[in-house]
Design a protein around this ligand. Structure first.
Ligand SMILES: *Cc1c(COP(=O)(O)O)cnc(C)c1O
Length: 400
């Protein structure tokens, strides 16, 4: 069976993890801080905080911005539940909007969904392709939108407009108009979950690229504390002789990254472009060569004049099929020993969101994208021969 996306774990990673385990320091410490610096350099931003997942990173930032009951956060209907879930955890309302045929949040839909309660917009770089950030930033900076914005605290007053918080769980290493993701939205959060391009088993990173009026260094320090119980000293600082007394500034969260996880991340980031992205692009190109010339298929965009994907998900669509026909095609692909997937079932189709009153009929593009989508295996260890098997299996599975 060809799996969907196993992680690539080799001796280099194992040796670094063992080195971390033997170093005498396994939780947040020197490796995590170095990993933060390396991500910051890679993305071209001054400040990055590592956390234990993208979900906790997104929630931490919503809490930092003061999101709570009565607030609205605009989220695409076509995403993983994590994006909207964190809004619910804060007691605010996720306002789901439709996407474009390219799977990415529709700026026109954002515009229609804006209200005086809108505090945050959360674009999601589905499959690794950056959203249209220039248009989104232009929208939140429009005089009308700023006038409508009702700040409820000092941070919101300082920004003076809705925050653009990017869910970049898929898009580490992607480019948007000459910048890496991480440097484009106000705040960007990456995921290092086991199925993502770069993995620390579980993990995430928050990149700060707020307007210059913000003191990013001070925000970084605040978040560092806020992600560790709101305590004045972390465990490493407390190991210094005599340095035992601490204070708790506020009731914070507990979502720090461990040095064991950072050890994996450091190895992977150092070879990410040359090894991981290079191989993923080769696989994407092979699929595009095979399916692009066959008009039963709609191939995904992953390189345009303004954007380069991180090649996270190869979201193939079948033309002129119903959801049930797509499901049957997937079944026949599985029967040929190839694992495929769907990214994603739109949120309004899931029980929790139906119970909130969302109806998929209001999201026609999300439904159309979903109903014809099949995600193909893409991972470093997938061989050329296996890529050919996947292509064969997919082609054999269609109604002729
Ligand atoms: C994986 C994923 C997340 C959550 O990442 P975690 O690190 O597992 O919290 C969020 N959003 C999207 C779109 C994802 O695919």
């Amino acid at each position: 069976m060809i799996p969907f996306s196993p992680p690539h774990i080799d001796d280099e990673i194992v040796n670094e993890v063992v080195a971390a385990l033997r170093s005498g320091w396994i939780t947040t410490g020197p490796r995590t801080k170095l990993f933060e610096q390396k991500i910051a350099e890679y993305c071209g931003v001054p400040h990055v905080l590592c956390v234990n997942s993208a979900s906790s990173g997104l929630e931490l930032m919503l809490r930092w911005f003061g999101i709570g009951p009565g607030d609205e956060v605009i989220v695409p209907a076509y995403t993983y539940t994590a994006t909207a879930e964190v809004v619910v955890h804060c007691g605010a309302k996720p306002v789901l909007v439709d996407v474009n045929p390219d799977f990415l949040i529709s700026v026109e839909s954002i515009c229609k969904a804006l209200s005086p309660k809108t505090k945050v917009i959360m674009p999601v770089d589905i499959a690794g392709m950056p959203c249209d950030y220039e248009a989104i930033m232009a929208l939140v900076n429009e005089a009308e939108v700023k006038k409508c914005f009702k700040p409820a605290n000092e941070i919101q007053k300082q920004l003076g407009r809705p925050l653009v918080l990017s869910d970049a769980a898929h898009s580490l290493g992607a480019w948007y108009k000459g910048k890496h993701t991480g440097a484009v939205a106000d705040i960007t959060v990456f995921s290092f979950h086991a199925v993502k391009n770069l993995t620390t088993a579980e993990g995430g990173a928050i990149c700060l690229a707020l307007p210059d009026t913000f003191d990013a260094e001070a925000i970084y320090k605040y978040l560092n504390t806020f992600s560790l119980h709101g305590q004045s000293k972390d465990a490493l600082a407390k190991t210094q002789v005599g340095n035992w007394r601490y204070d708790v500034y506020e009731c914070g969260y507990k979502c720090n990254m461990t040095d064991v996880a950072a050890a994996m991340g450091l190895v992977e980031l150092a070879r990410y472009d040359a090894m991981i992205l290079k191989r993923r692009k080769e696989i994407f190109d092979a699929y595009t060569n095979a399916f692009g010339s066959d008009d039963r298929f709609q191939i995904p965009e992953y390189e345009t004049a303004d954007k380069t994907s991180s090649y996270h998900v190869y979201a193939l669509r079948i033309k002129n099929v119903s959801e049930a026909q797509r499901d049957a095609i997937m079944q026949r692909i599985f029967e040929q020993e190839v694992s495929v997937n769907v990214h994603f079932i739109p949120l309004p189709m899931l029980t929790a969101y139906k119970n909130m009153g969302y109806n998929i009929a209001d999201y026609p593009v999300s439904y159309d994208n979903y109903s014809r989508e099949i995600s193909l295996p893409v991972y470093y260890d997938l061989t050329d021969e296996q890529v050919r098997q996947v292509i064969e299996a997919v082609k054999n599975s269609l109604y002729s």
